[in-house]
Design a protein around this ligand. Structure first.
Ligand code: UDP
Ligand code: MN
Length: 605
């Protein structure tokens, strides 16, 4: 009875099956390609080798320092042997002078497989000699500075690692050995945070005995995270200066003298090198812009900003002089050992990774210290797009619990602001016990966060008592101003200011700050901006990096509800085309309803 349909299926079904499979494969490939293109576009913006592109013209730098991607628990297709074998096989000229390594086409598959292990091109790294040459990237004048280093105190360089590759770890070590004056290098301290790789065990113990400087290893058999690991290293250190490095760095000529020299000037200074980029694909050494400083956004994500606009003008002609930064990236810095402990070392309640850089930054500034970036000190760091290791307890839990600690101890009302707009951290807040850290804040008579924002980071874009914070609603359209989402591209270098439906809940995209000086700013240091001079009657209003220039100044007339551009007294209005995509403009003030704006306060703490 079933003979008929079955026979028919024998002929037809395989054909159908074939086409359905083909269709699925094509769809899948497409999504893969789209995903890849998307990532490429993002990365180009972030990690371009081209200096011009890298120094973002908006002045705002997203990423670089501390980027968190998707960590993996498993390394796909990697065998035990693949992970546990040390394949370091140097070729004398590979990566010479910091140049990129070229992988032969026949090795591309292998390269891709190996990439997964550490999330960087391990095959390339394994070809580069541990003592490869690097260009001296400093400003010429630096060569004549810090020359009396013989009198400086000695440094202990502390490198913590978890499952680092052999070649990157020991290229870090060798770059310290060959580019630090012997007279001021006390020792190198390695702290193993429960690595599982076989080659990091006994072979490492044997290898460090052969090195020309004192290299010590301390091991944790349970994962303790980078804060606890660095603390352990600091406690073991004999030198009077502590220098912390990630396990995938390369130091260049003059890096140590200039850091220590800065601390000698003022022992309460945390000295940070300029962080150059070791490309995760090619291992080329890319010099980074020297005038970057660090801060953070409303979400407490670390951000680089460019000394630009009015600040650059203020900066003295001497661009080799260390300059202050409100926050540090965290992986690479030097500090007086005694001061490190006097200041409260690290918050040992912090787990795995993240937040410790802001904690130390706030503590330093608020409790009488300072943080400086030293332009004469250049250290390369291998930036990668995602984390290769596991986060016991979950990546979100870990990071938000660390940041909750920062907010609770140091940020006062701005801590409440952080919790208000960050649900994940808010949920952890009540479970978090920071009493021992609050004790330190009291003991050291530290200043409050308001002082920090006003004095250390006056350009900040956080709400304040004397500023407006909330929604900006257009009366005519009954719609609200929003922060443009998405990334800046070369075709659209800046966001056009637009309106959107006013949301019932308080969402970051609709929150703006208006300062006493008339800057209308929002998260990540972006400001409402319009051309200085009138262009043919209408000019578009854009959302651009805050520059401090008057083209970003506005006046709000409470009576007429007009938002008036400071340089040409035009009124902010919706586009005459009324098209949403055309955004806002400044135009002749006529008193029309679409030129009326309500500044609706939103409580932020
Ligand atoms: N690290 C560690 N234990 C951890 C996480 C990280 O010892 O649980 C080390 C890691 O090997 C590296 C340093 O801490 O030397 C900083 O971590 P990572 O480089 O991943 O941070 P990023 O540079 O991406 O911010
Ligand atoms: Mn790192």
């Amino acid at each position: 009875m079933l003979g008929g349909p079955i026979r028919r299926c024998r002929r037809v079904c395989p054909v159908i099956f074939f086409f359905v499979s083909l269709f699925i494969v094509v769809l899948w490939r497409r999504s893969q390609i789209a995903q890849h293109d998307h990532e490429e576009n993002q990365e180009k913006h972030i990690f371009s080798n081209n200096q011009e592109e890298y120094v973002d013209k908006r002045g705002v730098h997203v990423v670089v320092g501390r980027y968190i991607g998707n960590p993996v628990n498993k390394i796909p297709n990697a065998t035990y042997d693949m992970i546990n074998t040390n394949n370091f096989k140097p070729e004398p000229n590979a990566g010479k002078d910091g140049l990129p390594v070229v992988i032969e086409p026949k090795d591309l598959l292998k390269m891709q497989q190996l990439f997964q292990i550490n999330r960087f091109n391990l095959l390339a790294s394994d070809k580069i000699p541990l003592n490869r040459t690097l260009p001296d990237v400093r400003k010429k004048k630096c060569r004549t500075m810090y020359t009396n280093y013989q009198n400086y105190p000695k440094s202990s360089v502390i490198i913590v690692f978890h499952n680092e590759a052999w070649s990157t770890l020991f290229r870090t070590v060798w770059s310290v050995i060959i580019r630090s004056p012997k007279e001021i290098l006390e020792e190198i301290i390695l702290v193993d945070d429960a690595s599982e790789r076989e080659f990091l065990k006994e072979p490492l113990n044997e290898y460090i005995k052969t090195l020309p400087v004192s290299v010590k290893i301390f091991r944790n058999h349970k994962r303790i995270g980078l804060v606890a690991a660095r603390l352990l290293g600091a406690r073991k250190a004999q030198g009077s200066i502590l220098v912390f490095l990630d396990a995938h760095c390369e130091c260049t000529t003059g890096w140590l003298e200039s850091l220590v020299g800065t601390i000698v000037e003022n022992p309460k200074t945390i000295a940070c090198p300029v962080i150059d980029i070791i490309n995760d694909d090619t291992f080329s050494y890319v010099k980074s812009f020297e005038l970057h400083w660090g801060a953070f956004n409303w979400n407490l994500q670390f951000r680089w900003f460019t000394l630009g606009g009015t600040e650059l003008k203020k900066r003295s002609k001497d661009n080799t002089k260390p300059f202050m930064t409100p926050a540090m990236a965290g992986g690479l810095f030097a500090m007086d050992r005694k001061y490190f402990f006097d200041l409260g070392a690290y918050d040992d309640g912090m787990k795995v990774w993240g937040g410790e850089n802001l904690e130390l930054s706030f503590r330093a500034w608020q409790c009488g210290g300072r943080i400086e970036i030293v332009p004469c000190s250049h250290v390369g760091h291998l930036f990668r797009k995602s984390s290769p290791y596991t986060f016991p307890g979950g990546i979100g839990e870990t990071l938000y619990s660390n940041l909750a600690r920062v907010a609770l101890v140091w940020m006062d009302e701005w801590g409440d602001f952080y919790f208000k707009f960050n649900e994940a951290a808010r949920k952890i807040k009540d479970k978090t016990d920071v009493s021992n850290r609050v004790q330190i804040r009291k003991k050291l008579h530290c200043k409050n966060f308001e002082w920090y924002l006003n004095k250390i980071w006056p350009q900040h874009f956080f709400p304040m008592k004397d500023r407006f914070f909330g929604r900006i609603r257009n009366v005519g359209e009954n719609q609200c101003l929003i922060k443009p989402l998405g990334k800046e591209t070369s075709n659209q270098p800046m966001g056009i200011a637009k309106l959107n439906e006013c949301l019932k809940e308080d969402m970051v995209v609709e929150m703006f700050v208006m300062t006493q000086d008339g800057f209308i700013m929002t998260d990540d240091s972006v400001c409402l901006d319009a051309p200085e001079k009138e262009v043919n009657g209408v000019s578009k209003v854009r959302i651009m990096a805050c520059s401090g220039f008057t083209r970003q100044k506005w006046k709000y007339n409470k009576k007429t509800q007009e938002l008036i551009h400071a340089t040409n007294n035009l009124c902010m209005d919706i586009s005459p085309s009324k098209k949403y995509t055309d955004g806002l403009v400044i135009t002749e003030c006529t008193g029309t309803k679409t030129q009326k704006w309500k500044l609706e306060e939103v409580p932020w703490h």
